[in-house]
Design a protein around this ligand. Structure first.
Ligand SMILES: NC(=O)c1ccc[n+]([C@@H]2O[C@H](COP(=O)([O-])OP(=O)(O)OC[C@H]3O[C@@H](n4cnc5c(N)ncnc54)[C@H](OP(=O)(O)O)[C@@H]3O)[C@@H](O)[C@H]2O)c1
Length: 484
């Protein structure tokens, strides 16, 4: 069966920067199923060739040295453009006719990628349904929904309900590009394809877990979006909770979309609800100095650009083990890391008694470079029985030689075409995630809110957040990329 990928939002940033380069790379590697057509849809007027020419330029820029003119020339003829307005039913009628024409009425799997403004997701899905474009009589029909999926629990529920009017859950692919990253998928391999980690991966050996998504950049000109979103909606409800679920989940019996997501969802069900004073004692919120001077930020805005949360997962594996989740703009560097901090040895009989070792630590770095670092104590040579912390490094890039790691969108687009939803969020998962984040947002907008701490850019967020950890006899792992 051949395939057609229809991208709504064809003239947009994501399409030219990520989607088309990813599809081109898949084609160049011979992974894109034969006879896959790509149809771009947006209101801007383009002729097919005009769009192809513009995409060639952007793809060669983003694909870098791996771009090959010859391969592009075999890819481009299958790329088409159809001008249309998502709000206009007639555009969908024209689109249906165009698709039938290029597919020559043959049985064809279709993937509709909604890479447009979130306010248009529900309308686009309604229109697809009304135009008969969701009907599976002549091949599979799937829809990929970009983030953000709702802005709170109520809007996510409404969006789910509206999409379910047209598509069944098994046809819906809610994207979180973090799940397409090699290191994130490697957490599955590390945990469930090795026997040495899993026995330690629990409350008996783990003191706590830290998940950090640090961005060096500030908001720049994105105030319009960012000031209404803030750090919790922007980073926690999606990426950080996804990383937490994969770190905390039980081993599924099989690696498939249902079983993997069942286990992830169980983690969310087990998350302890914050109540009363928890919002002040278990959350830290901050705003970088200068945020209020950014273009478009309303005077006196209380939007947080930094957050740290202490969450608990109340099940047999994790009872009593804190999960510290944090993210910030204007931080010391760009890095995403998951740190498994193991408990210290019960008694240290060696070396410098004044030095308390940290305990073993496993650092999984998701970006910028992807890799793993294991920290452990070793003897200092020629110094009696003094010990120090050493590390073993695994760098994904080194393991594949000169090639660069595939962008997350390659994996996710191919999975959607092939019908594997393991790395996409399910409807209940998204709603449960909002159910964790919503009460915190609500508390932060109430008198129960912790103070909005100011912090200098270029450091690790508010100094009070470090003190907060010290007060719990713990320390943030403030290390800029451990793997380069
Ligand atoms: N860019 C990223 O890096 C990124 C990363 C993660 C997630 N996302 C998500 O991906 C989605 C797209 O982001 P983007 O950055 O590509 O946005 P964008 O550059 O603003 O593009 C929006 C696209 O939607 C089209 N559009 C707007 N109104 C339309 C209508 N009524 N009918 C048909 N098409 C319409 C626009 O084209 P016309 O004006 O020509 O119609 C344009 O192609 C958003 O949901 C965003 O949150 C983006």
């Amino acid at each position: 069966m051949s395939n057609t990928i229809v991208i709504f939002g064809a003239s947009g940033d994501l399409t030219s920067r990520k989607l088309i380069p990813a599809l081109y790379q898949l084609h160049a590697k011979g992974r894109l199923p034969k006879n896959t057509r790509i149809v771009g849809v947006s209101r801007s007027p383009f002729e097919h060739d005009e769009w192809r020419t513009s995409l060639r330029e952007t793809t060669s820029k983003f694909a870098g040295k791996s771009f090959s003119s010859e391969k592009w020339d075999t890819f481009a003829p299958n790329v088409y453009y159809q001008s249309g307005d998502i709000k206009d039913a007639a555009s969908f009628k024209t689109l249906a006719e165009f698709l039938n024409e290029i597919e020559e009425g043959k049985s064809t799997g279709r993937v509709y990628y909604l890479s447009t403004m979130p306010q248009l997701y529900a309308t686009a899905v309604d229109q697809l349904g009304a135009a008969g474009l969701a009907c599976e009589d002549n091949g599979t029909r799937r829809v990929i929904i970009e983030k953000p999926f709702g802005t709170d629990l109520a809007t996510a529920q409404a969006l789910n309900a509206s999409i379910h009017n047209v598509f069944g859950e098994e046809q819906i692919y809610r994207i979180d590009h973090y799940l397409g990253k090699e290191t994130v998928q490697n957490i599955f391999a590390l945990r469930f394809a090795n026997s040495i980690f899993e026995p330690l991966w629990n409350r008996n050996y783990v003191d706590h877990i830290q998940i950090t998504v640090a961005e060096e950049v500030v908001i720049g000109r994105r105030a319009g979006y960012y000031d209404t979103s803030g750090i919790l909606r922007d980073m926690f409800q999606n990426h950080i909770l996804q990383l937490m679920m994969i770190t905390a989940m039980e081993p599924p019996a099989r690696y498939d979309g249902t079983m993997v997501r069942d286990e992830k969802v169980k983690v969310l069900h087990a998350m302890r609800k914050m109540t009363g004073g928890d919002f002040a004692s278990q959350t830290v919120r901050g705003q970088y100095k200068g945020y209020l001077d950014e273009e478009g930020v309303p005077p006196g805005s209380q939007t947080a650009t930094y957050a740290a949360l202490k969450l608990y997962c109340d099940n047999w594996r994790w009872r009593g083990v804190p999960f510290y989740l944090r993210s910030g703009k204007g931080m010391s560097c760009r890095t995403t890391q998951i740190v498994i901090q193991f408990k210290n040895v019960p008694h240290m009989m060696f070396g410098d008694k004044s030095r308390v070792p940290m305990g073993n630590r496993l650092v999984m770095q998701v970006q910028p470079a992807e890799g793993i670092q294991l920290h452990f104590e070793t003897k200092v040579p020629d110094a009696g029985m003094k010990t120090r912390t050493s590390h073993l490094d695994f760098n994904f890039q080194d393991s594949i030689g000169g090639d660069s790691l595939p962008d997350a969108y390659q994996r996710l687009l191919l999975d959607a075409v092939q019908g594997d939803a393991s790395l996409f969020a399910r409807g209940d998962e998204v709603e449960l995630a909002w159910g964790i984040i919503d009460p915190i947002i609500e508390a932060w907008n109430s008198p129960a809110a912790p103070p909005l701490l100011q912090y200098e850019t270029g450091l690790w967020g508010p100094p009070e957040a470090s003190q907060w950890m010290f007060d719990q006899n713990r320390e943030w792992f403030d290390v800029c990329p451990v793997i380069r």
